[in-house]
Design a protein around this ligand. Structure first.
Ligand code: AMP
Length: 303
């Protein structure tokens, strides 16, 4: 199967205690598509400026990502600047420049309109709905967002949330969106906003899934080398949605397995800056880390 994603394609400038990069390839849709491309065909919707180099488009194509839906517009590409402290769990945004995204009116290529799985990556909720409205009969719609939109466009975000099956956000965003510090209570409030399934990403503490009255908890993989968490959430979503799109099994067991594939892709991503680690993985490495996760969490056979 295949999926369609809308989100940012960006230049990121990032500082962590372990290094610093300036204007490297980033963006929610870029990380998402790259991670998902190991599992399924991906069709990407975004806009870039005339300053966006062809080498980045060539890279996306090399991952077999369909980029017909990337528009090149007069102006500058989206830019994001952030930094992390030693705990590496949450980015501090220093600057966001929407640039060409400000006037972007997505027009989906015909070949995108019959996709069954849709991911609305972190971007203006107006754009998320604009893209969703052009997909004919999606079987699964998931979305991500961040404090920038929760604070700046809450009404529009609430309209988007009414239309989605799964929301993936981090713990800080769940608290902010719901106005509730306790995550279990926050999950109930967010369910009432629309999404039947809520996945809360908690950085190095893993992820929690809330569906109906069930909760599933997955750890993050304990890594010795963590350099840059930028894009970890998007890679989680990419592994998660990519796997679901490959199986089209949206039952709870399938979703649990997808969460582990999401955790696998996020764990690779944080091992290097930008997309340096996830741009060229071997599927065997993904499978091996999936098995490592199994060993990490299983205890039934121990005496
Ligand atoms: P993550 O670390 O997975 O939450 O996402 C990091 C990515 O999100 C970076 O590559 C940024 O370019 C992108 N990003 C940051 N702020 C925004 C925003 N307001 N809208 C869309 N994308 C953003």
């Amino acid at each position: 199967m295949s999926l369609v994603v809308v989100g940012s394609v960006a230049f990121d400038s990032v500082k962590t205690p372990f290094g610093e990069v300036d204007e490297v390839l980033g963006g929610s849709a870029t990380y998402f598509s790259t991670a998902a491309s190991y599992f399924t065909d991906v069709s990407l919707v975004a806009v870039v400026g005339t300053d966006f180099p062809d080498k980045h488009l060539t890279f996306l194509k090399s991952r077999k990502i369909d980029i017909e839906g990337i528009e090149k517009s007069e102006g500058k590409t989206f830019r994001w600047k952030g930094e992390y402290g030693f705990e590496l769990n949450e980015a501090r945004t220093l600057d966001t420049q929407l640039n060409v995204f400000q006037s972007f009116r997505p027009k989906l290529p015909e070949s995108y309109k019959d996709k069954k799985v849709v991911f609305l990556a972190n971007i203006d909720p107006d754009l998320q709905r604009d893209v969703l409205s052009q997909v004919n009969e999606p079987a699964l719609v998931a979305c991500d967002t961040m404090n920038f939109w929760i604070e700046g466009k809450k009404e529009s975000l609430l309209k988007t949330l009414k239309l989605v099956d799964i929301l993936l956000i981090n713990d800080g965003e769940a608290r902010e969106l719901s106005g509730e510090p306790n995550l279990v209570k926050a999950a109930h409030i967010i369910h009432d906003m629309g999404p039947r399934t809520l996945i809360i990403k908690r950085g190095e503490y893993g992820a929690l899934m809330f569906q109906d009255n069930r909760i599933f908890s997955a750890p993050a993989f304990p890594l010795e080398a963590v350099y840059d968490p930028t894009g970890a959430g998007d890679c989680f979503a990419g592994g998660f949605m990519g796997y679901l799109s490959s199986t089209m099994n949206f039952e709870e067991a399938g979703i649990r397995k997808a969460i582990i594939f999401g955790s696998v892709m996020a764990s690779f991503n944080v091992e290097a800056f930008s997309l340096d680690k996830i741009k060229s993985l071997d599927y065997k490495e993904i499978e091996n880390r999936f098995q490592d996760f199994r060993r990490l969490t299983h205890f039934e056979d121990l005496t």
